[in-house]
Design a protein around this ligand. Structure first.
Ligand SMILES: C[S@@+](CC[C@H](N)C(=O)[O-])C[C@H]1O[C@@H](n2cnc3c(N)ncnc32)[C@H](O)[C@@H]1O
Length: 225
């Protein structure tokens, strides 16, 4: 059984559906573990590039799971039919790339998405509010960087996750992560405050970023509800 690093273990933990698509699957370790763990009955692994595509096919064959995992070549949700999957994961890419894939998906988007960008999830939280997805779960995994992991679900109306938390801080650091607190997010925000304090000046973008980081720290300290 393939091992997963901590960020993909966190992604796995947020998946439970009938048919799941892993977009940008590369080594396809996640789909293999999804099937082994009975978190879905079928998986579709999508890959754009020939090297990773071949690697995904080899990994699925090695695991003898060809009946449950189908590897498809293509760009983002292109190879997925509308309504075909209950959820999809997009992991290990930059937030900009992930958002581009989501924006191009149109009616092929499933009702649940598990996203793990390698950088700030701000762009994805902004996208989710526009696209009608609520933040249902968030994790922050310590690693080379702190890796955010989000589970989004398509629901109409305002997202209750943002109720009672300062919006700028919640969009940048995660509404549920700020509520949950903990060492990983505290270290991340403290590092931002330290870095931004050296460069921030009134009128610069870094000034607003510093204010956002200080507000986030105040939320963690329960000084802002
Ligand atoms: C850094 S790897 C991450 C692999 C795996 N998801 C993980 O988290 O370990 C990103 C993968 O996404 C694939 N990829 C990038 N853009 C894609 C797209 N538009 N559609 C499908 N796959 C894509 C790349 O070829 C690469 O294999």
């Amino acid at each position: 059984m393939p091992t997963l690093d901590a960020r993909l273990e966190a992604v796995l933990d947020l998946i439970r559906t009938d048919v799941h698509a892993d977009i940008g699957s590369d080594h396809a370790r996640l789909p293999v573990r999804i099937i082994w763990g009975s978190r879905a009955s079928r998986c579709i692994a999508v890959e754009l590039n020939p090297g990773p595509l071949e690697q995904a096919r080899r990994s699925v064959a090695r695991s003898r799971l060809q009946d449950q995992i189908e590897v498809r070549e293509g760009d983002g949700f292109g190879p997925i039919l509308p309504g075909e999957v209950g959820s999809a994961s997009l992991c290990g890419m930059g937030a900009h790339t992930i958002r581009g894939i989501l924006e191009r998906a149109g009616g092929r988007l499933p009702p649940a998405l598990i996203l793990q960008p390698n950088d700030s999830a701000l762009l994805l939280r902004l996208w989710a509010r526009e696209a009608g997805y609520h933040v249902r779960a968030e994790r922050l995994i310590a690693g080379y960087w702190p890796y955010p992991v989000l589970r989004l679900e398509e629901v109409s109306g305002p997202d209750p996750a943002y109720e009672g938390v300062p919006l700028d801080a919640a969009l940048k650091y995660g509404p549920l992560l700020l509520r949950a607190g903990g060492e990983v997010i505290r270290s991340q925000i403290e590092a931002d405050v330290l870095r931004l304090s050296k460069v921030a000046a009134p009128g610069r973008e870094s000034w607003d970023e510093l204010e956002t980081a200080k507000t986030a720290l105040a939320v963690l300290d329960n000084r802002v509800k």
